[in-house]
Each structure stands twice: as structure tokens, then as C-alpha cells.
Design a binder for this molecule. Sequence first.
Ligand code: T3D
Length: 259
Amino acid sequence: MSDTILRESAAGVLTVTLNRPDALNSFTVEMKDALLIGLKDAARDKEVRALVLTGAGRAFSAGQDLKERQGPDVADLGAELRVRYNPIILAMRRLEKPIVGAINGVAAGAGISIAMACDVIYASDKASFTEAFSRVGLVPDTGSTWFLPRLVGPARAAEMMFTGDAVDAVTAERIGLVNRVVSADQLMTEATAFAQRLAKSAPIALALAKRALNRAYEMSLEESLDYEAQLQSIAGRSADHREGVAAFVEKRPAEFKGE
Ligand code: T3D
């Protein structure tokens, strides 16, 4: 396994750390491949019930490693998106376990896109968010055009995308880009505690809720109602549902097993 991605598991929570701090965790081919492998492994590992995604050092990620893009040979960037970035975003959204982003510093370019692909975002008060693409003559990618307007609305998304200006953590919370801002020294403690809480929740219920959220924007109310009914048929047959009801009646904490 490449050391550009660190993985550490405890109490049902896998912490994945982007680890190229000297280059602000910008994405090389090696780091993209390692992240995708880490996500696929997490999907298979039954011990992993929630993830925390963060960055080493002072940045979350400065996006694509631009030093890989120097020189006269023009790479087909669309192909790189299709082969490497897009599968990462799809793996994050299709992973039927919650991902808590712990955004410790700047999230730029593909870095903000990957932050937005998390289910819940905690941000350090030192974090900032920038759609840096236009500053290097590129179009927002890696899911930014899909996530950002849904989180902050089209006008704010357009301003961020056209200017590439950084949005600070407090503003990010105010406009709905992140769930919560915490002090830098508390970020990992709070994000991990939240992930641990999710790791104790009913896994099938959370997995199906994520599935429904993924599809909600594309469906009419009628379709959503029907999809909820389909998913509830599955959840309603789970041992976890019976355990949740029994725990409620017996006035004790539930012990969910993902069955
Ligand atoms: O190409 C494709 O495959 C298509 C996909 C594209 C997706 C994208 O992500 S495009 C957008 C790429 N990212 C950017 O344009 C952001 C570039 N970085 C910055 O604008 C600034 O570094 C930041 C605003 C993020 C932070 O600024 P600051 O002043 O805090 O730090 P710094 O001094 O600029 O950077 C510190 C070091 O990190 C520095 O290295 P050095 O000089 O000390 O050896 C710098 O070169 C390096 N670094 C920062 N960002 C990148 C990077 N190295 C490679 N690639 C980077 N993106």
C-alpha cells in the first residue's frame, strides 16, 4: 500500500488520511489509485462501519498535483477524470457506510470536490474552500458542478466557480457547504466521535438512507415515496429493526449488528 494514503481503524471507524503534506496533499496518480483501493477495501470490510477522511499537515488537499501537469506534453485531462477521479467520487457515494469529512485546511480544486462527496463535513476553523479550477484555466470537475449548487445554491456556486476565491470555514458553515466548524485542535476528536456514534447506528438503515439520498435529487415526489417504501421493506425485515424496537420497549441502548 502506498504511503500517500494512511489508514487506521478503531472502534468501527476507519480514518483515511491524504498524506502528501509537503505538497498540500495534492493528488498524484499514485495517491488517487491508493485512495480508490482504500475505499474499495472499506466497502468489503465488515468491521468498518463509518469512515473519517482528512488530510495530513496544514491542508486537506490542493487538488490535482499541478507539477504532474508541467511541460509541453498535453495530457487528456478528460481521460484522467474518467479513469481516476470519477471512480473515486462514485466509490464514495456508492459506499454504503457514512463518510465524515474532517477538513483540516485548504480544500482546493479536486480537493473541494472530494470534500463535498463526504456525507457529513466537519471543518476546522482553519479550513478554506476554493473552486481553484478557473485560476489554472480549467472547468470545475470531480463532481464540483453537481455537489456545489446543491449545497449552496446556483448563484453562490457560480461566484465560487467563476472567481476561484477562497471561502473561509465560518462562511462555509453559514452557506451550507459544511455541517459544523470546530477549533483546529478539536477537529479529529469531534469528527471521530461523530463517526463512532454513526458506527454504532444500524448499518442497514444508514446504508439505505444514503442510497435514498443519492437518488433523491433525480426523483419526483411520487418516485421518492415509492423508493422509500421499497427500502423500508428491506429495513423492516432486518434483525436490527427488531433489535431497535426491543431496545426501545426495554428502555436500553440498542446493539445493532448490520443483520
Ligand atoms: O489535471 C487533471 O487531471 C484534471 C483535474 C483537475 C483537478 C484540479 O484539482 S485542478 C486545480 C488544481 N489545484 C490548484 O490549482 C490549487 C493550487 N494551489 C494553490 O493555489 C495554493 O497552493 C493554495 C491556495 C492551495 C495554498 O496556498 P499557500 O500559499 O497556503 O501554499 P503554497 O505555498 O502555494 O503551497 C505550499 C506547497 O505546496 C508548495 O510547494 P513548495 O514550493 O513549498 O515546494 C506548492 O507548490 C505545493 N502545492 C500546492 N498546491 C499544489 C502544490 N503542488 C502541486 N500541485 C498543487 N495543486
